[in-house]
Design a protein around this ligand. Structure first.
Ligand code: CO
Length: 660
């Protein structure tokens, strides 16, 4: 591992040495550890800030598109960073940019009243603060709990509920569980009706809310292997064998595979960011990432009504990334990238093996058997996968970006981990949840995700066309009533660009470059199908609804502005809902044949199942960007025929019919 963020896992088989490890200083490469230190030092040396500043984030300030377009490998572009700073005794966040080479503060802006994301250090400190508070200890005693070491406190974001006494503070609203012994699954033992409100900056409990005790379910329901002796018979090994190593190259942050090339970035908030995505040299997107996520829960019960957590905007997904384990998280021939992030005090912390890069078999890509001649052509497809797994409290979010040989880009979000649990009377769950074990309820909730897709279909000048399938009315032109066709409508302004899915019309959106025509004279394009969308159930004008307005549509289109990055706002912890996508599109800028950004909202409508407990099998959502008139024909037509020589007939007796 080195300061440039590239590491190959020490335990990796020798094959991975085939991946070139030469670090290239691409201008979009994430900040190195040394660069993060330099930014912190520059801030502290600036007299207006000094040594007392705390750091929310230090990340790359991405160079403007014009500078990137002019850049060629080997050229040096000045590196700069964004940093968000705060003081313990000041209500607001400083937004600064810093020149890394000189340490000069390039810009500074104070955002009064802004609350930073909850920092990892704060996240970890809150449990101790709550557990030692006399009112909390007394409330636990009323529930028969005397050993406070067994009480686990999860610090949730607090939202903005106009509760008297909470105004202007930076708060956490906590939930608690009991761990009956070491490594026991605490979420099997929810402590009902007990919440704490913590002033994060002051490090003190503002209030203990005791809404009334419920019996604590004490049955152990564990998922760790140490608690289990009755494993099913294991299957035989299934190994990924790549005798010549993987087919991708990774130079610093620059990834190339098959006809794809891209730059892999990472930051504390968004986790993986992908840049300058090209197929066969043709640009498709300037930048893609997951930029927001909110999990609204559906129970109105006291305490639980506040559960509406923005895991990206209020915590930061990137800094919660796992250090991935070869052969467990990642199968095959893996290249890893480390993530270098800042601590609250401006030090560096490194998540080793935060990003996993590998290729995998993706089944049949295309096939045809000519039954007249008995000739078959078949090509198997592979895909390149760039992934990370982030743990936000009880939940895991596993993010997978797939690049396919037919030119499609897929994003898959797999949610796993342990559902948030609440106590209920055994056999009597509320109407807002499922009893997943006696006395343990999982509340209904949703996970809404927003991807920011800075498209660049063969260049920046792009338009979005809404495509609805319409049945022709029966009549002289449609005598048999079978006719249907696609109606296209160009979205011209930002207000027109706020769209919802329409399954009855098989609606999709096509991003085109009107200035580049394909072989049949149509603008080249990619389509986005809203295949995994959800409908919000939180009232739009409610305290949580106002803050999650981005859920109101499945597509938003905005004119490109590098400072419009987050659909619920940049400083959205405790926000009132301003500063996000509603405000961006209120400008109603033209979005036709210009540099535009797509914001796609998709999600999981999660009504917990008993099978989601004690640990949830992955459930999945995502989206696909698929070429639609971008190529003149199947771009994978040129895949050479291939027979996989490691494949073989299963030995006789392995399966019901054997083989012949
Ligand atoms: Co869920």
């Amino acid at each position: 591992m080195n300061d440039l963020g590239l590491s190959l896992t020490p335990s990796a088989p020798a094959c991975c040495a085939d991946v070139p490890a030469r670090a290239a200083a691409h201008p979009l490469a994430p900040l190195t550890a040394a660069e993060i230190r330099a930014v912190a030092a520059a801030v502290r040396a600036a007299p207006q800030f000094g040594a007392g500043m705390l750091f929310e984030t230090i990340e790359l300030l991405e160079p403007p598109k014009s500078a990137l377009r002019a850049w060629r490998p080997g050229m040096a572009l000045p590196r700069a960073a964004r940093a968000n700073l705060f003081r313990p005794d000041e209500a607001g966040v400083w937004r600064v940019s810093v020149a890394i080479e000189t340490g000069a503060i390039l810009s500074q802006e104070f955002v009064p009243g802004a609350r930073p994301m909850i920092q990892l250090e704060q996240f970890l400190a809150i449990e101790g603060i709550v557990r030692s508070h006399p009112d909390f200890i007394a409330a636990c005693a009323r529930r028969g709990i005397t050993d406070m070491e067994l009480v686990c406190v999860d610090p949730w974001s607090a939202g903005n509920f106009d509760v008297p006494g909470e105004e202007g503070l930076h708060l956490s609203h906590t939930f608690c569980w009991l761990r009956t012994r070491a490594n026991d699954n605490l979420y099997a033992h929810p402590i009902g009706g007990l919440n704490a409100v913590v002033d994060i900056k002051a490090g003190r409990v503002l209030r203990i809310d005791d809404h009334g005790a419920l019996p604590i379910p004490m049955a152990e329901i564990n998922y760790e292997s140490q608690f289990r002796s009755d494993f099913r018979a294991p299957l035989k090994p299934l190994d990924v064998v790549q005798p010549e190593g993987p087919s991708f190259t990774l130079e610093g942050s620059v990834l190339a595979w098959d006809k794809w090339s891209l730059v892999v970035g990472f930051n504390a908030r968004e986790a993986i960011t992908l840049h300058d995505i090209r197929y066969d040299g043709r640009p498709i997107a300037h930048r893609m990432s997951l930029v927001e996520m909110v999990v609204p829960y559906g129970s109105p019960e006291p305490g639980h009504a506040r559960k509406n957590v923005f895991d990206i905007g209020e915590y930061g997904l990137g800094k919660l990334a796992n250090s991935l384990k070869l052969g467990c998280d990642c199968l095959g021939h893996i290249a890893y990238l480390d993530a270098h992030l800042n601590t609250m005090s401006g030090e560096v912390f490194t998540i080793e093996n935060a990003i996993c890069i590998h290729e995998e078999d993706a089944g049949v890509l295309w096939k045809h058997w000519d039954f007249r001649t008995d000739r078959a052509e078949i090509r198997r497809g592979r895909r390149l996968v760039v992934s990370c797994i982030c743990t936000v409290g009880n939940y895991e979010y596993a993010c997978y970006w797939y690049f396919r040989q037919d030119g499609a880009i897929e994003f898959e979000m797999k949610a796993t981990g342990v559902i948030n649990t609440a106590a209920c009377l055994p056999g009597k769950p509320s109407r807002y949840g499922t009893e997943v074990a006696p006395g343990v309820e999982g509340h209904v909730h949703q996970h809404a995700f927003c991807a920011r897709i800075d498209v660049a279909i063969d260049g920046d000048a792009n338009s979005v066309i809404e495509c609805d399938t319409v049945a022709d009315p029966p009549g002289p032109d449609n005598p048999w009533g079978n006719a249907f066709h696609v109606e296209e409508r160009v979205l011209r302004t930002e207000r027109e660009g706020a769209r919802r899915a329409e399954p009855a019309a098989q609606r999709y959106w096509k991003v085109v470059n009107p200035g580049v025509l394909n072989g049949v004279g149509r603008p080249v394009g990619f389509k986005l199908e809203p295949a995994r969308v959800i409908t919000p159930f939180v009232a739009p004008d409610s305290p949580s609804g106002k803050r999650s307005r981005f859920m109101a549509n499945h597509l938003w289109v905005s004119a490109y502005d590098p400072e419009e990055r987050y659909p619920a706002g940049e400083f959205m912890n405790h926000s009132d809902g301003r500063g996000g996508i509603d405000d961006f599109i209120a400008q109603d800028r033209p979005i036709e044949n210009t540099d535009i950004v797509l914001w796609h909202v998709f999600g999981l409508h999660h009504l917990p199942r008993t099978e989601d407990f004690p640990v949830q099998p992955c459930i999945s959502t995502g989206f696909m960007l698929m070429p639609n008139g971008f190529f003149d024909q199947n771009p994978a037509i040129d895949l050479p025929p291939e027979t996989n020589r490691a494949s073989r007939h299963a030995s006789a007796g392995c399966c019901a019919h054997g083989t012949s």
